[in-house]
Design a protein around this ligand. Structure first.
Ligand SMILES: [Zn+2]
Length: 531
């Protein structure tokens, strides 16, 4: 079967390459298993790179025929070569702080003890932070007053692993210039019987704190962090990341620009709601998108419309099992309708965090009643999409909505979540890590097994496709990247093992051994040096 495909694959020299044709390609990789992403010829044997782009894909002979004396040659020895991964949904939020050694399973007592010892052992001006689970959040005896007693003036900011709730002490609240006697738009503070805040912030009350906190970072610290992050991405074969930063997009864009990162970054604006309404002022001056071939781009507006099932925040049609709660939409129908209008007025893609089935109903209704018929060209995105039901698939497809899935979310909604059904229905699907942590091989393993419901698992080809071509489509760049074909950007990775044939349980152990972005080697485990 593979042989047939290879003989069908033809070699084409890209028009772009003509100018450089005399010098020939900079690099040819032969004896590879090249996943092209082209459904008509999924696999090829060899690939040539000239400048920033792919100049030929085909059989060994076809591609070797384009080489000259100056061309570097790499024998891939049968290794898999894929278009670089494009993490369609990830977060970068860094502020220097002492990280508590706590786990998602840690009890309120464990977290209390960790805060107490960190407060004894770290300098007073050091923030104390940690990723906590639901136990301290659900425990009424664990609150800002408790933290004030044990933190000796340290600022303590504990964030849940879902990123949708946090607990702060008074010192942190003061440093973050936040008044918790008042709920912001899109979020709320938990209150005791007397109406006093417990220091537990939800949704935009929490997101606004993260924004303020992120602003504390210095440029040097941010750049160092970004470089470490991007190097790690390159090692994992990620050549593009669509980042939703805690920081305002313009400051974050500046840091990324100054860091001159080896991978492509798309910065997505995540406005806050500090004040009584949504803070849309910063969306007025969003830059015009850079050409799709650039390394850095700012585009898109993201809003979080509900929470997650973990803190019972996702808005549901039915009550959460054993409770009288059915979650909550962060915004009114009118506010959601306005988000759609604003995205059109700004000519920006809209990305909506939509988890619960009730939120999905409201959002689809907002698109239906928007009076517009051109959504397909605007490619609105639903992030996560856990609550999408089978009867809504035709409408989602007809509206042209792109769904960005996070296969590592194997929590409470994973049993019902549709992935394969979306692909079958012809809905554009992309995969994102929702990191940190980001590891495309973990995501792939989950996508192809989907342990909570194997019926919705993707094939390996579908999963890689969603992480490359699908993710490019989700950012309007499929003309430039996401597949390996002449003229496409030379963004690719040679992998340590064959992710199409190894057992699914060993997929997470995969790494890249050679990552190329924009035609430049950005990670080499020794492959080229050894030649
Ligand atoms: Zn996210």
């Amino acid at each position: 079967m593979k042989r047939t495909l290879l003989s069908l694959a033809c070699v084409v020299v890209a028009p772009l390459a003509f100018a450089q044709a005399a010098a020939g390609p900079d690099l040819i990789i032969t004896n590879a298993k090249v996943f092209t992403g082209d459904p008509a010829a999924r696999f090829a044997q060899a690939i040539a790179i000239t400048g920033d782009h792919v100049s030929a894909v085909g059989t060994n002979d076809q591609v070797a025929g384009t080489a000259t004396d100056k061309t570097k040659r790499l024998d891939a020895k049968g290794r898999v070569n894929i278009p670089g991964f494009n993490d369609a949904h990830t977060h970068v939020c860094t502020t220097p702080a002492f990280q508590l050694p706590v786990k998602i399973e840690s009890s309120a007592d464990d977290v209390r003890a960790a805060v107490e010892s960190a407060s004894d052992e770290t300098p007073g001006d050091m923030w104390i932070t940690g990723v906590i689970g639901m136990k301290p959040l659900d425990d009424p005896t664990f609150n800002s007053t408790t933290l004030d007693k044990i933190s000796h003036g340290h600022r303590v900011f504990l964030i849940t692993h879902t990123g949708h709730a946090a607990i702060v002490n008074s010192a942190a609240l003061q440093a973050l210039r936040t008044n918790d006697s008042h709920d912001p738009a899109g979020g709320w503070w938990q209150r005791d019987a007397s109406g006093r805040s417990t220091g537990k912030a939800f949704e935009y009350a929490e997101a606004n704190l993260q924004r303020r906190w992120a602003e504390d970072v210095s440029e040097d610290e941010a750049i160092e962090d970004l470089q470490r992050w991007a190097e790690n991405m390159a090692r994992l074969g990620v050549t593009s990341a669509q980042v939703m930063p805690c920081l305002g997009y313009s400051r974050f864009e500046k840091f990324v620009r100054h860091a001159s990162l080896p991978i492509r970054v798309r910065v997505i604006a995540m406005p806050n709601t500090i004040g009584d309404d949504r803070n849309t002022a910063e969306l007025r001056d969003m830059p015009k998108p850079s050409p799709a071939r650039s390394m850095l781009n700012v585009s898109g507006i993201k809003w979080i419309l509900d929470g997650t099932p973990i803190e019972r925040g996702a808005a549901m049609r039915a009550n959460y099992e054993g409770t009288k709660e059915n979650g909550k939409l962060n915004f009114t129908n009118e506010q959601i309708a306005n988000m759609l209008k604003e995205s059109v007025a700004a000519d920006e893609q809209i990305l909506l965090h939509v988890v619960g089935d009730r939120t999905t109903d409201v959002v689809l209704d907002a698109f239906k009643t928007s009076g517009r018929t051109d959504w397909k060209t605007r490619r609105p995105r639903i992030e996560h999409g856990d609550g999408i039901t089978a009867e809504e698939l035709p409408l989602i497809r007809d509206l042209g909505i792109v769904v960005v899935e996070n296969p590592t979310h194997q929590g409470p909604f994973a049993k019902q979540r549709l992935i394969k059904s979306l692909v079958k229905a012809g809905i554009p699907v992309a995969i994102g890590s929702d990191g940190p942590p980001s590891n495309p091989f973990n995501d792939l393993e989950r996508a192809v097994t989907n342990p909570a419901n194997a019926n919705e698992a993707l094939t390996r080809e579908e999963a890689v496709d969603a992480y490359t071509r699908g993710a490019a489509f989700a950012e309007f760049t499929e003309g430039e990247k996401g597949t390996l074909a002449p003229g496409k950007l030379a963004d690719l990775a040679v992998l340590s093992q064959d992710i199409f044939t190894v057992s699914s349980s060993s997929i997470p152990a995969t790494t890249s051994v050679l990552t190329i972005a924009n035609g430049k080697v950005i990670y080499d485990a020794g492959l080229l040096k050894r030649q």
